[in-house]
Design a protein around this ligand. Structure first.
Ligand SMILES: [Zn+2]
Length: 80
């Protein structure tokens, strides 16, 4: 399976979740990136938002993600 990964997360990319979100390993834990911007999430007041576009995202993104397909089983392509 092929996956497109932005160059900025190439080094930390760990795999994808069951829903296809990219997961990075920050060194202190795993973080799922938003499907809209492939960005981390942040709380704005009481809503969890994408740090790229500030649209609200599911609270699931606040939890540690579960890697469904690890990087070793993926063909990683860097986005131009
Ligand atoms: Zn976004």
């Amino acid at each position: 399976m092929k996956v497109m990964v932005p160059q900025c997360i190439e080094d930390t990319f760990a795999g994808i979740t069951a829903s296809g979100d990219l997961v990075i390993d920050t060194g202190t834990g795993l973080v799922a990136l938003t499907p809209c911007c492939q960005a981390v999430v942040t709380f704005v007041d009481y809503s969890l938002c994408c740090k790229g576009c500030y649209r609200e995202v599911s609270l699931e993104y606040a939890d540690d993600p579960h890697i469904h397909t690890p990087r070793a089983q993926l063909t990683v392509e860097i986005e131009p």
